[in-house]
Design a binder for this molecule. Structure first.
Ligand SMILES: [Zn+2]
Length: 416
C-alpha cells in the first residue's frame, strides 16, 4: 500500500527544520539537511529521475513526461515545476513536534493537550466548519505544527507518487524542488532556475482549501539608525545625546492607521518590526508593504516626514534612513501566458473546489522566482494559523491540493 499525504506529513512534521534569522551559514541551520536528505532518498525511491541536492540544500528532481509520440501534444508540453520549502518559522518552536490527529472532528473549540491555554477557537477559525466529520491535525500546543510548508512537501511527494503509479495520467516533464530558508526570506537565494528547467512553476505553500495566489505584496525594508553620544550618566549633563529618546519619538509617530494590525486586503502598511538600541546607537527596522510597487516610495516619504519632524527635537543626534529592496508583487512579472493561471483555476475546479484568488499580504518563494523570470503562482495546502502554536491542517484540504496538482499536470497537456 502506498503512503498517504497524511502519513508523509506526520513523518516530516516530527523532523525539526526551524530556520534562523541572522545566521552566518546557508542554509541558516544545518538541521534542515535532515529533511532535505530524506526527501532526496524518498524521491529516488519513488522513481523520480535526475534527483540531486546542491551545496545550498536545494533538492531537485524530474518526472519525465509520458505523452506518447502519436499524441497531438507530443513535444509541445512545457516543463512544469512544483516547489515547497522544508523549513519552519523561527517565530515558534519546531522541536519535538507531536502531531495530534483528530479524526471525525465534531465542531467546537480545540484545546491542545500539551498546553491547555492554547485553544484553536471556532470563533477565530471559521474554516473549521468545513472540516466537521473530517480529519484535522494540530500540534500539542507547545510548538508550531509545520504545515507551513511540510504539508506542501507531502502534497508534492504524494502527487509525484500518483503520477508515477498511473501512466494513463498524461503529463509533460514535471520538475520538483524542495528549498530551505523560505521563512527567513532566503528560500530562492541560490535557486538555480536554469538547472530546475521548468518553464512555469507553482509553490504549494498557501492555506485555505480552494485559495490560490497570483498577487503578493511588494516589499522594502527601511532601516532608521540614530547615532547619539554616550558618556557616564554621572557626568552627562549637557553632553549625552541619547539615541533611544530620538528613536522612541520616531516610533511614537508611526501611523497607526497604516499598520498590519489595522489593515487588510489590498491596503499597504508601515510596520515597525525590530528595535535595538543603547545611548550611542539605536536601530529600527521597518517593513514597508504595498501591492502597488510605486506605493513603497510613498511609504518611505512618510518616514522621511517623521524624521524631519523629530530632527529638531534632537539636534545633536544623527538620524539616517536607508531602504533595502526585498521582493516584488508577482502580478507585475507573471507574463502574458494565461495558461499558468487558467490551468491552475481549472485544476482546482476538477478537484471539486471553487477557485478563489486571494492577494497574499506577504511574499512567497514564488514572488522572487516570478521576478527572476519563472512565473510561479501559489496553491493552497489546507493549513491555517501559520507560525504559531495554534497552527492546524485540514487533511481533506491537503488531499484536495494533491488532486489539484495531479489535474494541473494533466491540464498542461490539454492546453498545449
Ligand atoms: Zn510557507
Amino acid at each position: 500500500m502506498s503512503e498517504t499525504a497524511l502519513d508523509r506529513f506526520v513523518r516530516y512534521a516530527k523532523i525539526d527544520t526551524q530556520s534562523q534569522e541572522e545566521s552566518e551559514t546557508y542554509p541558516s541551520t544545518q538541521k534542515q539537511f535532515d529533511l532535505l536528505n530524506l526527501l532526496l532518498e524518498e524521491l529516488k525511491g519513488l522513481g523520480v529521475q535526475n534527483v540531486s541536492i546542491d551545496e545550498h540544500g536545494c533538492v531537485m528532481g524530474t518526472i519525465p513526461g509520458n505523452v506518447p509520440k502519436n499524441h497531438r501534444a507530443f513535444g509541445k508540453v512545457p516543463a512544469v515545476g512544483f516547489v515547497a520549502h522544508v523549513d519552519t518559522s523561527p517565530s515558534a518552536s519546531g522541536k519535538d513536534v507531536q502531531p495530534q490527529i483528530i479524526q471525525n472532528y465534531q465542531g467546537g473549540d480545540i484545546v491542545l493537550p500539551g498546553d491547555p491555554s492554547v485553544v484553536i477557537s471556532e470563533a477565530e477559525n471559521p474554516e473549521l466548519k468545513a472540516n466537521i466529520g473530517k480529519t484535522i491535525v494540530t500540534s500539542d500546543g507547545t510548538t508550531l505544527l509545520g504545515a507551513d510548508d511540510k504539508a506542501g512537501v507531502a502534497i508534492i511527494m504524494t502527487a509525484a507518487q500518483k503520477l508515477l503509479a498511473n501512466p494513463s495520467l498524461l503529463h509533460g516533464d514535471i520538475k520538483i524542488a524542495f528549498t530551505p530558508d523560505e521563512e527567513v526570506g532566503a528560500g530562492t537565494k541560490y535557486f538555480d532556475i536554469k538547472k530546475f528547467g521548468a518553464a512555469y512553476a507553482y509553490t504549494v505553500d498557501g492555506d485555505t482549501p480552494g485559495e490560490l495566489n497570483k498577487e503578493t505584496f511588494s516589499a522594502n525594508l527601511a532601516v532608521i539608525t540614530v547615532r547619539g553620544r554616550n558618556i557616564h550618566p554621572g557626568s552627562a549633563k549637557g553632553i549625552m545625546v541619547n539615541s533611544i529618546r530620538a528613536i522612541a519619538d520616531i516610533v511614537a509617530r508611526m501611523p497607526k492607521e497604516i499598520a498590519p494590525e489595522t489593515t487588510e486586503g489590498y491596503e499597504p502598511y508601515i510596520h515597525p518590526h525590530a528595535l535595538e538600541g543603547s545611548e550611542a546607537v539605536s536601530t529600527l527596522k521597518i517593513l514597508l508593504r504595498d501591492f502597488h510597487t510605486p506605493g513603497l516610495e510613498t511609504l518611505k516619504g512618510k518616514l522621511e516626514e517623521i524624521i524631519a519632524e523629530v530632527r529638531p527635537l534632537h539636534p545633536k543626534a544623527a538620524i539616517e534612513l536607508k531602504t533595502i529592496e526585498q521582493y516584488k508583487n508577482m502580478k507585475d512579472y507573471i507574463g502574458d501566458d494565461s495558461r499558468v493561471l487558467d490551468c491552475l483555476a481549472e485544476a482546482t475546479r476538477r478537484a471539486g473546489l471553487e477557485p478563489k484568488w486571494v492577494p497574499i499580504r506577504g511574499g512567497t518563494d514564488g514572488s522572487r522566482l516570478t521576478e527572476k523570470g519563472l512565473p510561479t503562482p501559489n496553491i493552497f495546502t489546507g493549513g491555517a494559523n501559520y507560525h504559531g502554536t495554534t497552527e492546524w491542517l485540514s487533511v481533506w484540504g491537503m488531499e484536495k491540493s494533491v488532486d489539484t496538482v495531479v489535474h494541473l499536470a494533466q491540464l498542461w497537456v490539454e492546453k498545449s
